[in-house]
Ligand binder design. Structure first.
Ligand code: MN
Length: 130
């Protein structure tokens, strides 16, 4: 397989399931995005603050802090609130997801083409980051 053209964009995946992490990482890296990983809520929060990724893919059920809580904390802080967040969830909590400030959510199992389109559209509308 040819190496993808680098996009210059960085995507943080916060996911505690190793198989999902591997799957998301591979599909996103194949599009030329740089991929960062965090496997629990506090590590995800720290990585988002330190690395200022261009977009975050967030699991809901995570050790330490849930994806809902991490999203709320990032959206409350002016240094991280403009980072688009896609929540990927296998089960309910639709009310919490709707009100936590995330930019989009997708049901697992993830439809790859749909996720990639969603990432592109969120990256296209996000302001230039300094
Ligand atoms: Mn999980």
């Amino acid at each position: 397989m040819e190496a993808p053209e680098p996009t210059g964009k960085c995507i943080l995946i916060i996911e505690d399931n190793p198989l999902n992490m591997k799957l998301f990482s591979a599909m996103i890296a194949a599009q030329g995005y740089r991929v960062l990983h965090a496997a629990d809520g506090p590590a995800g929060l720290a990585a988002a603050r330190q690395e200022q990724p261009d977009l975050i893919i967030m699991d809901v059920s995570l050790p330490g802090l849930s994806g809902i809580e991490v999203t709320r904390l990032l959206k409350e802080n002016e240094e991280t609130r403009d980072i688009p967040i896609i929540i990927a969830t296998a089960f309910g909590m639709r009310d919490e997801i709707r009100t936590c400030g995330c930019d989009a959510f997708m049901a697992k199992p993830i439809a790859v083409a749909e996720l990639l389109r969603l990432i592109e559209s969120l990256l296209a509308r996000s302001p230039a980051r300094i």
